[in-house]
Design a protein around this ligand. Structure first.
Ligand SMILES: [Fe+2]
Ligand SMILES: [Fe+2]
Length: 157
């Protein structure tokens, strides 16, 4: 079996995060408001954003993809803000309807964002990443942790 490419692994993370949010919202619709699937998805998404901004975007930018990386960073900031609002809503026991609305917002943001990454940026990975960054990234995917207190570059402060 071929070793999974980095682009495939990152796309898989997109799908898994979407599925976590979806599992939570369908649970909510059925009267089950267990937040764990959503909290797991939010944690995975913050780590995914870290991985992109730390390892992937700098070489892509250097290769000339300045504008698309700029847009992705701005969208990460917007996605980050929605995740903060969601966690606050869960912590403060907000009404299901407002949590559901925030989940919907996050899902729409991710649909647009992930599509652009998958069409424009991820296909460049093989040409742009050096072998050492590639293996650093694969190691991080396996077992890396989001550093405590890390904020994405365009997070609201
Ligand atoms: Fe991203
Ligand atoms: Fe991504």
């Amino acid at each position: 079996m071929a070793i999974e490419s980095l682009a495939t692994a990152l796309e898989r993370e997109h799908r898994e995060i979407d599925q976590g949010i979806e599992a939570f919202t369908s649970g909510l619709a059925a009267g089950d408001s267990q937040p764990e699937p959503l909290m797991r998805a939010v944690r995975a998404l913050r780590r995914h954003i870290y991985l992109e901004e730390r390892f992937l975007f700098p070489p892509l930018r250097q290769a000339g993809l300045v504008a698309p990386v700029f847009v992705m960073l701005r969208e990460h900031g917007q996605i980050w803000k929605t995740m903060d609002a969601l966690e606050l809503a869960l912590d403060t026991g907000a009404a299901d309807a407002s949590i559901h609305k925030l989940c919907r917002e996050l899902t729409v943001q991710l649909q647009h964002h992930n599509l652009k990454e998958e069409r424009v940026l991820y296909p460049q990975i093989d040409q742009v990443l050096t072998a050492s960054v590639d293996s650093e990234l694969k190691n991080f995917l396996d077992s890396g942790q989001l550093p405590d207190g890390w904020l994405c570059e365009r997070a609201p402060r």
